[in-house]
Design a protein around this ligand. Structure first.
Ligand code: AMP
Ligand code: ZN
Length: 114
């Protein structure tokens, strides 16, 4: 996916400060942080949105939650809590069409979200 910004970060064609990487996901800081800790956890597979998650991706999505937990510990937001958000489609606020999970913490999160 040559024109996908997240594929280009994954392929290291675009610079970012990757804080975690394994065979399935990368994580890096959001360029426009909405909380003191705001990381994006991005599957390496170019899945466009949550609507495109298939049966084959079950393990991958579970893995994202484990990585999120470990990163929450590493970045010191596990004890107070954090939010893991995936936006889907226009109304959901999705702007990048490569599935990603926002790991947000370090401040109190209001509900409902805006
Ligand atoms: P969403 O609106 O849920 O699709 O989230 C996309 C996120 O990607 C936004 O929070 C952007 O700030 C973030 N973003 C876009 N380009 C970059 C980039 N080059 N590096 C890091 N984060 C980015
Ligand atoms: Zn992509």
């Amino acid at each position: 996916m040559e024109d996908c910004i997240f594929c280009n970060i994954i392929n290291k064609k675009i610079n970012s400060s990757i804080v975690y990487e394994d065979d399935y996901v990368v994580a890096f800081p959001d360029i426009n942080p909405q909380a003191p800790v705001h990381l994006l956890i991005v599957p390496k597979e170019h899945i466009k949105s949550p609507l495109d998650i298939g049966e084959d991706n079950k393990e991958l999505i579970g893995h994202v939650y484990i990585v999120a937990k470990n990163l929450a510990k590493k970045f010191g937001i596990d004890k107070k809590g954090y939010r893991l958000v995936t936006n889907c489609g226009n109304d959901g606020g999705q702007t990048v069409l490569h599935i990603h999970f926002h790991l947000l913490g370090g401040r109190f999160m209001t509900w409902p979200p805006g």
